[in-house]
Design a protein. Structure first.
Length: 133
């Protein structure tokens, strides 16, 4: 069981509520969900609740999840400055936010499509990049 906690942060004169806990309790209260790149199910659940996922991508770590295939429907960030910009875009519902939000039906359709071995390709590519293969 998760305990829902709430903290307040100020960012550029705007108050942000940061929640932690059971995702089904947290998402209905959010406008933005900042997630780790391996949080595919959390990203999909956020989208199902109408919440824009902002995915923290660590290029040095291999991720088998299909979040990389969802980039037209989520914000993907690799550094703090990009993360702050993505959160700002979400809060302001910028053109980039609207473009990603409009892509959600297609993203969901791709997620529900039969497996196409992209995960295997990503694994092989990652192993080759690290000179394991």
């Amino acid at each position: 069981a998760y305990v829902l906690t709430k903290a307040r942060r100020d960012q550029g004169g705007k108050r942000l509520d940061l929640y932690e806990g059971d995702i089904s309790l947290v998402l209905p209260r959010c406008r933005v969900a900042v997630l780790h790149s391996s949080s595919t199910s959390a990203a999909v659940e956020a989208m199902a609740h109408g919440v824009m996922p902002v995915v923290l991508h660590e290029p040095d770590r291999y991720n088998t999840g299909p979040v990389a295939d969802m980039q037209d429907g989520v914000f993907v960030c690799g550094e703090a400055r990009a993360l702050a910009e993505a959160v700002r875009e979400c809060l302001e519902e910028s053109p980039g936010w609207r473009m990603r939000r409009k892509a959600w039906p297609e993203v969901f359709e791709r997620m529900a499509a039969p497996l196409d071995d992209k995960q295997n390709e990503r694994l092989v590519d990652a192993l080759r990049a690290r000179r394991v293969l």
